[in-house]
Each structure stands twice: as C-alpha cells, then as structure tokens.
Design a protein around this ligand. Structure first.
Ligand code: XMP
Length: 506
C-alpha cells in the first residue's frame, strides 16, 4: 500500500482518490499519528498544508524510517519541507502562485516524468517558493515562475513536486502519480471492488464468527452496501432494522423494504411515523428538528435492538471521508455534518462496532455495491438527508404538510426519471415554503402554499451548482403539481449555488 501523510491540505483526500483510481490501495494518516512503517508500505506521499514551512507552529515529522529507505514523493508543502529541512531555502513568493502554469520537463529520462510531454499544464497553489535546493537535489522540471517545480534527490528514491498532480487541471497528473505508485513503488494494481469484496467478506467472517450483528438501514447507499456485504459474510446472523420516521418520500418505506427483502436481507421494518410527527408538533427551529429526529431514531432503534437476543455487534455504514475527517490534522473540531446516524446504544448491551466500509470513498461504495449485484434503483439514488422531509418543510411540520410535500416530490422525481434527467442530477428535491400566496383557479381566488424545486450538480455535496433544467420540463412539472396537488398554487425554481447558499433550505 501507499501511505499518504497528511499535513492538512484540502487536497489530501483527492490524492488518495487518484491513487485508488489507479487500483492501488492507500491510506491517509495525519503527520502526528503515523502508523508503524512495516513491509506492507511500498511508498510514501507527503501532502500539502495550509501552513508555511517557515511558520513556528508548522507540522514537523521524523522521516528517518522513511526517507532514503522507501520511495517518497513530496507534494507542495511536502516538497518545501524536504528542501527546507535538509539544507535548502524556502522563501515567500513575491505573490501567491495560484492557478494553471506550464511545466517544462528538463530531465525527460527521469522516472517520475516518464511518458509526460515536454511541456504540460499543471495546477499551482502555494505562497512560498523553494529558492535553493540542498546538494544532491536535481531539478527535473520548471515553470516560468517556479524554477524548482520538481526535483529528485540523487542516490535515494525521493522526488518532490511543487504543483498538484491530483487536481484535474494538471493534465498529466495521473500519469505522474502512476509513474510513482506503479513504476517507482512497484505497487500491484489489484485494488478493485471484486478484490475488496472477497477480502472483506473473509475478514468479516473471521472477526464476527457466529455472533449476531444489528444494523440500521436508512434506504441510502452506504447502509445498503454495508448490509449486503455483511449478509454475504454472515447470512441470517445479520439483523437489520429499517425505521419509518414518517418523513420519507411517498411510498419509499414500502418499496425500499420490498427491495431489501428481495435481496434476501433479514429486515424488520418499524413504522414510527406517529412518534416522530408527535414529537415534532409545534417545532419550527431547524436544529431543534434535527435533535428530536436524532433522539427518536436512537430510541426506536434501541427498543428494537434490545428485543434481539445475544446481539454482539453494531454495524454501521461509516465511510472513509468521515473517518479521515474525524482523525484529521485539523482535529475533531473540524466541522462534521450533524448526521442522525444511530449512535448511543445503551451501555449495558456492550456492543462492539463493525464498519465494513470505513476504508472506502463514496464512488467506491457505489462500485462495490454494483459488484455485489445491488440494483441501480438503490445504488443510483440521490442522497437524501437523515432528517428527511422534516428539513424540507420550512416552519411547522404537520401530517397534512408532509402529505402535500410527498405528493409534490413524487411528481417532480418521477418526471425527472421519465425525462431521463434523474441520473444527470446529483440531488433533487422540493421544499415546502411557509408562505401562502394568491392565485386564481377557474373563477375562484385561491390562497395556498408555494413550493420550490431544487436540483443540483455536485461531486460530494460540499459545493454545488444549480442545474439548468429545460424550461419545457419545468413548465410541465409546475403544471402537474398545481393541477394535481391540492393546497399548492405556485411553483418556483431555486437558482442558487452552494456556496453561498446550501443545498437544503434548513
Ligand atoms: P447542505 O444543505 O448542507 O447539504 O448544503 C449538503 C448535503 O448534506 C445533506 N444534509 C444532511 N444529511 N443529515 C443528513 O444525513 C442532515 O441533517 C443533513 N443536512 C443536509 C443534504 O441533503 C446534502 O446532500
């Protein structure tokens, strides 16, 4: 495997994804919590950082077990660190270098530069620049602004680059990373979803044995894939609980429960809509809604879990970005979304936790799901927030308003599917606004609710653009909604991107 040492750059996860895309397994570890460097580590990458190597509090590490012994690639801060701490000089650049630059390869025979054209576009993002390299460092590529854009250290398998090969704008970045991980580190390109399934199923069997496991299904991709993987490993000893909060999409509870049963999963569906809606009555504050829903989930899940005899494990669909984020250099203080994930099971149950997807990125979870034979109707689903429609009904939640939103949402989502637009959109939904406006229907004046349609393009939900849905499509959906759903007389389309807006309205 490749070890990526994280100094806190926003691009660290992207490096890991690129390496995984080459079918090479890698792990990210914060610089101050390094694992043992054993024989499984074939090479090391040092990430970028928001710090300058000249800062007093800049991250430092002991590289004695790595440098000169294993292939090493410093990226950005990593490159400056390897220059600064071994006798070179790093100074502030006259101006921050940010954006595209043309890289000229000056040593085309260098192994890191193999197969790259003589000039290629790269992405720069740094405030410092390496002005002098230590003895024995050879410059292998430069840009007009940055003389030391790439170097290697003679006599040892160490390279460093000032630019970011992991960013899409670095045209030959993937080739460069391939040269490092496959060429220089000799990693086998065998990390595929099939190999992951095979290894994980075997490990789960060894770890869990004949114990019973309980898992909360949400209908989402992560918990579904975790369940199917566990089911393949331990069969009927996996007990799944699927809670209907009354805040799911129309008919979703029944249809998802059916597909789960169709896959052979041992699932108990629990209808708890009355409890959730009862507890939410009169509540309008978004965070208060989330807290109530989170608490209710735990209560309902616990009550069910305790009815199962001899359960030893709690399985969760945690994925790699959550793991990395909570262990990151920026510390657990770095903001993590307030998920409702089932937590806080009663102490006396003494459950051990198993998280079979904790090493995977979202797109890898999808690929693993496909190779497990899970249907596209579950794998390709848009993300849906844990608190469900509760945060899409602005203001007070009543059973009537839930029903209105479910009906509107169904018309919109069905239409997206019918028009072949569903898969082109990362996430779509409808918001029921707390405003009424005047309309006319036939000869009568109406005074009814307004709904906002939302559709965004995104890769991870962190940033998002509103999607330019065709006018004819919007016209048809608007017409259908107003004609078919009583209580709604106006439809608007949300044309805000994130940032500065967010995807949800609450
Ligand atoms: P925002 O509105 O923050 O949403 O741009 C980003 C993504 O997160 C989802 N989201 C949530 N998911 N619990 C969840 O499990 C929540 O409380 C929550 N709030 C937002 C949202 O649907 C989008 O995919």
């Amino acid at each position: 495997k490749i070890l990526i040492i994280d100094f806190g750059s926003q691009y660290t996860q992207l490096i890991a994804r690129r390496v995984r895309e080459l079918s090479v397994y890698c792990e990210i570890h914060p610089f101050n919590h390094l694992p043992a460097i054993d024989a499984s580590v074939r090479g090391v990458i040092l990430s970028g950082s928001p710090f300058s190597v000249r800062d007093a509090g800049a991250p430092r590490i002991d590289l004695s077990a790595i440098k000169g012994r294993l292939p090493l690639l410093g990226v950005c801060y990593g490159a400056q660190y390897l220059a600064q701490h071994f006798g070179g000089e790093v100074t502030p650049a006259p101006s921050r270098e940010y954006g595209r630059a043309m890289l000229t390869v000056v040593e085309p025979d260098d192994r890191l530069m193999e197969g790259l054209p003589r000039t290629t576009q790269v992405w720069m993002s740094h405030g410092d620049t390496i002005t002098r390299v230590p003895d024995g460092y050879r410059i292998v590529a430069s840009t007009a602004e940055v003389h030391v854009a790439a170097y290697r250290i003679e006599g040892e398998p160490t390279w460093a680059i000032q630019f970011h090969p992991e960013v899409y704008h670095s045209t030959d970045g993937v080739q460069l990373l391939r040269n490092f991980v496959v060429g220089i580190c000799s990693c086998a390109q065998s990390w595929t979803s099939e190999s992951f399934v095979e290894t994980t199923v075997r490990e789960l069997r060894e770890k869990i044995g004949d114990d019973k496991v309980v898992l909360g299904l949400s209908g989402g991709v992560d918990s579904t894939v975790a369940a199917v993987l566990l089911h393949r490993a331990i069969g009927e000893n996996l007990h799944c609980i699927f809670v209907d909060s009354g805040l799911l999409r129309k008919n979703e509870f029944e249809s998802v429960l059916d597909s789960y049963k169709g896959m052979g999963l041992n699932v108990k569906g629990v209808k708890a809509g009355d409890k959730f809606l009862g507890d939410l009555a009169g509540v309008t504050d978004p965070e208060a809604k989330r807290k109530i829903i989170g608490r209710d989930f735990v209560e309902v899940f616990n009550a069910e879990a305790q009815q199962l005899a001899d359960v030893k494990w709690l399985a969760q669909g945690t994925i790699y970005p959550d793991v990395v984020e909570s262990a990151s250099v920026n510390g657990p203080a770095a903001k993590i979304k307030s998920h409702h994930n089932v937590g806080g099971l009663p102490e006396h149950m003494h459950l051990k936790v198993v998280e079979p997807l904790r090493l995977l990125f979202k797109d890898e979870v999808r690929r693993v799901g496909r190779s497990l034979g899970i249907g596209e109707e579950l794998i390709g689903r848009h993300p849906f927030p844990g608190p469900g429609l509760a945060i899409r009904i602005l203001g007070e939640i009543t059973p009537e308003r839930v029903e209105i939103l479910q009906n509107v949402d169904k018309i919109y989502i069905d239409a997206l599917r019918e028009h072949g637009l569903y898969d082109q959109v990362w996430q779509a939904g409808v918001i029921l606004l707390p405003v009424k406006s005047v309309g006319v229907m036939g000869d009568e004046r109406t005074y009814e609710s307004c709904v906002a349609l939302r559709a965004v393009a995104s890769t991870d939900g962190m940033t998002a653009d509103w999607v330019h849905l065709p006018y004819e499509f919007l016209a048809r959906v608007s017409n259908d909604i107003i004609n078919k759903v009583r209580g709604v007389n106006r439809v608007v389309y949300d044309i805000s991107s994130k940032p500065p807006a967010t995807i949800e309205w609450e």
